[in-house]
Design a protein around this ligand. Structure first.
Ligand SMILES: [Mn+2]
Length: 373
């Protein structure tokens, strides 16, 4: 049996004003071709299908077209909801998606948790939200991990005896390496499930939630995060993108990470203010989206630097940030020890290199009095 494992599609993701849907579309087209050419029987989709709880129409069309394409190819799919997906929205599309042989598991449930496909039995664990699992007043973080681990033992029991057993889950497992685009609060180690909880009873663990492709350590069977199929954000700019191809045959599953090409790569550069213009021709060569962090040397030309970057790179320049050299920052008095006007004057001087004009001072005081009033 041939399987493909994907996750974290995040349809509807935007970066500034730019939609990442063309990049998702580009990734899904490659996955579709692979499924067709390799006669894949089943696609595992490990959550965060959509980026938002109420997806926009374009994103829905993109995902539903993908489901229809799978149907046309003759492949089925099992999907669990992620933390970005709304349980209720995923429930609302369950019936219609099943017509395309896409089987959606919208929320953790002991009544509806298993999908049987020939010799294979899949235990489905949509994102177990803290609110769903624990109630206020308990030692909630410890309790959370304990309850999720207990539920995983129940799932393992449910697939016992099947020739092949898979856990399909959207979940944070302790020890995995994450970026900064998964929602922060859900990644604290406090809420993490221990890898040992996944060790018994499965032949493959298909995970979603962490955006970097990786094989988990400390689990007896192959357990993978496949990551996002395209870089969502500049923090993922350097990561290679993959999906997994799994061959279930004989005793041990064979797993292959298949690389994906990226439509609009993301580039993040940190440049000293004085080298920006020198580097500009190189940046102009790039296709994709660019973030520039400028290490400030003198404040008075910052506007001109930004203007040059914008006019050269146009819509490819998504973000410009300024940082101050460490030594310059440490010379500053502690802002919290100053009154608001002195703090702002200190900040102004560090950015612009000169004293604050009287007119700016007056506007600041006017705003301050309005804010305090
Ligand atoms: Mn995600």
């Amino acid at each position: 049996m041939r399987l493909v494992h994907i996750a974290d599609l995040h349809a509807g993701k935007t970066l500034g004003k730019v939609s990442r849907n063309p990049d998702l579309h580009h990734a899904l087209a490659q996955i579709e071709s692979f499924i067709r050419e390799n006669r894949v029987d089943l696609v595992l989709i490990a959550g965060d299908v959509f980026d938002k709880a109420n997806p926009d129409n374009e994103s829905k069309e993109l995902i539903f077209d993908f489901f229809l394409k799978l149907k046309e190819i003759g492949s089925q799919a099992a999907v669990v909801a992620g933390n970005h997906d709304s349980y209720d929205f995923m429930k609302s599309i369950r019936g219609i998606s099943s017509l395309a042989n896409v089987h959606i598991y919208d929320r953790p449930s002991s009544k509806r948790a298993f999908f049987t496909f020939g010799d294979l039995k899949i235990a489905c664990l949509p994102y177990p939200s803290e609110r769903l699992i624990t109630s206020a007043g308990e030692d909630s973080k410890k309790k959370y991990a304990e309850l999720v681990e207990k539920f995983i033992r129940f799932l393992a029991k449910g697939v016992e005896g099947a020739k092949y057993r898979i856990l399909l889950a959207h979940l944070f497992v302790a020890g995995s390496v994450y970026t900064s685009t998964e929602k922060e609060a859900t990644l604290s180690d406090n809420y993490a499930v221990q890898p040992s909880a996944l060790s018994d009873g499965f032949d493959y663990v298909a995970l979603g939630h962490v955006h970097k492709h990786q094989k988990l350590k400390g689990v007896d069977c192959p357990a993978y995060y496949v990551g996002t199929p395209y870089p969502l954000d500049f923090s993922e700019a350097q990561d290679g993108k993959f999906f997994n191809f799994i061959l279930l045959e004989g005793d041990l599953p064979k797993v292959e990470a298949v690389p994906l090409s990226v439509k609009n790569p993301l580039y993040s550069f940190k440049l000293r203010q004085s080298e920006v213009l020198k580097k500009l021709p190189d940046l102009e060569e790039l296709t994709g989206y660019i973030k520039v962090t400028v290490e400030v040397e003198r404040g008075d030309t910052l506007g001109a630097v930004t203007e040059r970057l914008r006019s050269a790179l146009r819509e490819r320049l998504l973000r410009v940030e300024f940082v101050f050299k460490e030594e310059k920052r440490s010379q500053l008095p502690k802002l919290s020890s100053l009154d608001p006007l002195s703090a702002y004057m200190t900040y102004y001087k560090s950015v612009h290199g000169g004293e604050m004009p009287q007119s700016v001072k007056e506007v600041f005081l006017e705003l301050l009095s309005r804010a305090e009033g």
